[in-house]
Design a protein around this ligand. Structure first.
Ligand SMILES: [Zn+2]
Length: 84
């Protein structure tokens, strides 16, 4: 039984907020109170889904870099769309 308790504790999901790039264990609450407090419930829900999806993508790749690294590498998102 102790094993089970340990597992559920481990399963507590930490999702990074894609607005401030900080890991949140209560992302819906965090969005509501901090990063997306002026947004609608639907927008926040979509943002939580977005966070979950990127966590899944990171986990699948076994990495934790990603968005933060990309932001540093491409500080100007417009540059990604430049064509030469
Ligand atoms: Zn945030």
């Amino acid at each position: 039984m102790a094993e089970q308790a340990q597992k559920s504790d481990k399963d507590r999901r930490i999702i990074s907020c894609l607005q401030c790039f900080k890991p949140q264990d209560m992302l819906p609450n965090h969005l509501l109170r901090v990063c997306m407090k002026d947004h609608t419930d639907e927008e926040r829900k979509a943002e939580v889904e977005r966070g979950k999806k990127s966590m899944k993508a990171w986990t699948l790749r076994g990495r934790t870099w990603d968005y933060n690294t990309m932001v540093k590498r491409y500080p100007d998102p417009d540059r990604l769309f430049w064509k030469t």
